[in-house]
Design a protein around this ligand. Structure first.
Ligand code: BGC
Length: 767
């Protein structure tokens, strides 16, 4: 755990340059805008340890699956989010000495990410080897108002000298992934050009043939007087820029404003990209840094108006929750249904930047609560568009008749993960995708979604479950063999309670939705039935039979459900008794030892009780929580938040707070010693859920928002906002009371601690 980020309500601040944490800071101070993003690399050269990373949404490379022992059904490739061409470089050298912060003496270093406006600022004074001192002030943002634009204002002040400087201002497509085998490069040049003040490179990804045009224009000026400069064009493979020689004058600022444009062939015809990039740049230059920044900050302002959470009395917690919200908002803006949310967003390469069940189980509730419903809807439509591929994926594994198995890890709908116990066995992801449809409709009330898209997906998934189970003559029940539940520290188990539960739930929900669409829109129902060749009577009958005769492992003595068959044969130990030398288990123990142990990587049974809490009474939830929580090691960042929500409901308020801290500052304090790889973007949505569903006790029941809040004793008050069915509702919880304010939209009934209240005209209701 680290503790070098200064606590502040709205800002992430680092006030010294420490090469040992440089890569962590590069992750933490990352900026993005849903279309592109980059780690907080320096504009200048930096020869110290650094992971230079720029990423473009939806652009990936299919790296051929290389395994020692091939298993039929393995996907051909593992998708990698690509480290993309970069537009931020401004290299400076003065009298042939490079401004390289790893080689200069650096004072007054200050890096700040203002989350209110999405602005990354950096300041420092550097002394070059010959004693020349310069002061630098840089500001940078990726525009939330136009996802193809970014800008930098870089000001350099010579403090004790006048001399000649050389600047290299460029775009560079000669980049490599950190996780690339043998430093293999994934980009090929298509076009490069440079003229005075402008440069661009179009590069193409190998195999996937995405084109990305990365361009830049810049303007130079002096604080006082006229600037004299000589410009040479610099062009080499995958690189285009200008080399500028100019005279620096002591005490006179040199101002470089650099505009970057990143265009992807996902959004432009390939042949038109160079021209389009020039136009984007022209417009950016015409608007200028300030106007672009104002438009960008305005978008942030309107986002925060809907999604801000305040915590009074605990700056660390305040900073933590805003950081989580900020990162999620800049990773996914929800305008493009082809895009999704990689576990590291634009902050790193780990997990291949691909889509996981994290989206449906964690991110969806966040976007439902904080953004326009179209944002969450696009996340669902993304999966709808991948239905054909999910059916193909199931076919590859031997399923038929329109059964759909969504991939565990995907970029374009194809499975691209190749650990058999995950690819073939972690099929519970299908359940989360089905549940997301229910969750979306429950929250938004958008019933039309079912007829339009949802029902087809539910039928595909149900068909999969119906074939994946088998009848056990021995048990006289349906069973499900050879699965991995959410707890990846168990593989190839039988009757994982969570997976069995999801199979039954989906079969029942799909049947109910089919009846619903049939009743409300017979024409569309018939259309869907024809399209998917739905053998209504037979299939519904089979689903019903499975749903009513499914086997669930239980322990009648303890009155708990069992994570899987045979769980009680394990030696039941407590995670609290593990020594420091054992943690994290996945780094300290052999896989064999982990598999045989009782220790649980992340919520499994408890994940199921979170999803289906309304089906269980409080005592049942408590007994299961008391049994499983002590064995859980939370070695997935997705785990603590589920525990916050259940602990809050059970009145275990101290425990809830303890788990909350673990999730809220996971990256800021580098709890798991891995933030240098990137931030845990998808689990950040879990932090939001912890506060809103956990502490705030928010649920949606019968079309109404319910709240059952408590306040951790460490806080004076907290408040959160929800975008609910055309209203923005602010909930403020203090030690003495809870206020709910309708900030915009028509009057609405909410239920506060079991009492229905009408909110209207921005008048406050207290309890
Ligand atoms: C977790 C998975 C998760 C993945 C990506 C893994 O460590 O066990 O549940 O989907 O990370 O976040």
């Amino acid at each position: 755990m680290k503790n070098y980020i200064r606590h502040d309500d709205w800002k992430i601040i680092e006030d010294r340059l420490d090469p040992n944490v440089q890569e962590i800071s590069e992750s933490l101070f990352s900026i993005g805008n849903g279309r592109m993003g980059q780690r907080a690399n320096f504009e200048e050269e930096y020869s110290g340890k650094s992971l230079r990373g720029s990423y473009v949404a939806g652009v990936y490379y299919p790296d051929k699956t290389r395994v020692g022992w091939w298993k039929n059904g393995y996907p051909e490739y593992f998708a990698k989010v690509l480290n993309a061409p970069s537009w931020i470089g401004i290299h400076v050298s003065i009298d042939n000495q490079k401004l390289d912060l790893a080689k200069c003496e650096v004072e007054d270093f200050y890096r700040e990410l203002d989350m209110k406006t999405g602005l990354l600022t950096r300041r420092f004074t550097a002394t070059l080897p010959d004693g020349k001192r310069v002061r630098v002030d840089s500001r940078r943002f990726c525009s939330m108002a136009n996802g193809e634009i970014g800008a930098i204002r870089y000001v350099l002040l010579p403090l004790n000298f006048s001399s000649t400087a050389t600047l290299s201002i460029y775009v560079n497509a000669d980049v490599v992934n950190k996780d690339s085998n043998y430093d293999e490069k994934f980009w090929e040049e298509v076009h490069r050009e440079a003229s005075e003040g402008r440069a661009l490179v179009t590069a193409q990804t190998r195999k996937t043939f995405f084109h990305v045009t990365t361009g830049m224009e810049y303007r130079l000026s002096a604080g006082k007087g006229k600037l004299h400069s000589r410009v040479n064009v610099e062009l080499r493979e995958k690189f285009a820029g200008n080399v500028i020689q100019l005279d620096l004058e002591q005490g006179n600022e040199l101002v470089v404003v650099k505009y970057g444009a990143v265009l992807s062939s996902e959004n432009h015809p390939k042949a038109a990209m160079t021209g389009a990039c020039r136009k984007v740049l022209e417009k950016a230059v015409k608007d200028g840094f300030d106007k672009l920044f104002q438009a960008h900050a305005k978008v942030w302002e309107s986002k925060w108006r809907k999604c801000d959470i305040t915590i009074n009395g605990d700056t660390a917690a305040q900073q933590g929750i805003r950081f989580n919200i900020f990162q999620l908002m800049q990773t996914y803006t929800g305008e493009d249904e082809r895009l999704n949310i990689g576990p590291k967003g634009f902050t790193g390469e780990k997990y291949g930047g691909s889509t996981y069940w994290d989206t449906e189980a964690y991110c969806l509730p966040f976007f439902l609560g904080t953004a326009d419903p179209s944002v969450a809807r696009n996340l669902l439509v993304y999966r709808y568009k991948h239905l054909e591929k999910a059916i193909e994926n199931a076919q590859k594994l031997g399923f038929s008749g329109g059964a759909a198995l969504y991939p565990m890890v995907t970029m374009n709908g194809e499975e691209c993960h190749n650990e058999w116990e995950i690819t073939f066995e972690e099929i519970h992801r299908n359940g989360a995708i089905a549940f997301a449809i229910y969750d979306y409709i429950r929250y938004t009330g958008d019933q039309h979604y079912l007829a339009e898209y949802g029902l087809e997906v539910l039928i595909g998934i149900s068909r999969f479950w119906a074939q994946r189970v088998n009848w056990s003559e021995n048990k006289r029940k349906y069973v499900m063999l050879g699965v991995t539940g959410p707890n990846e520290y168990e593989n190839n188990v039988s009757n994982n309670w969570y997976t069995n539960k999801f199979a039954v739930w989906t079969l029942q929900y799909a049947a109910q939705c089919a009846a619903d669409v049939r009743k409300k829109n017979l024409t569309r129902y018939k259309e869907i039935a024809r399209k998917v060749k739905f053998r209504e009577k037979e299939e519904l009958g089979h689903w019903h039979s499975i749903a009513t005769r499914m086997y669930f492992p239980e322990d009648p003595e303890r009155k708990i459900v069992l994570q899987q068959d045979g769980f009680l044969d394990k030696e039941l130990l407590k995670a609290a008794n593990l020594g420091l030398e054992d943690r994290p288990l996945n780094q300290k123990w052999s896989w064999d030892r982990i598999l045989r142990s009782c220790f649980i990587k992340q919520a499994d049974v408890l994940q199921g009780l979170y999803f289906f809490e309304d089906e269980f009474d409080e005592d049942t939830i408590r007994r299961n929580f008391d049994f499983y929580e002590p064995m859980t090691v939370h070695e997935s960042s997705l785990s603590p938040c589920v525990h916050v929500i259940l602990a809050s409901r059970l009145g275990y308020t101290d425990k809830a707070y303890e788990f909350y801290l673990r999730t809220a500052r996971l990256d800021l304090d580098d709890y798991n010693n891995d933030t240098e790889d990137g931030c845990h973007i998808t689990s950040m949505a879990g932090t939001w859920m912890s506060l809103v569903k956990g502490f705030g006790g928010m649920r949606v029941r019968d079309g109404k928002l319910h709240f059952n809040p408590f306040i951790p004793q460490q806080w004076k008050s907290y408040s959160f906002r929800l975008d609910f069915r055309g209203r923005v509702i602010n909930v403020i919880v203090t030690k003495r009371k809870t206020e709910t304010i309708l900030e915009s939209g028509r009057p609405v009934d909410i239920v506060l601690r079991g009492r229905t209240i009408r909110l209207q005209n921005q008048r406050r209701k207290k309890s």
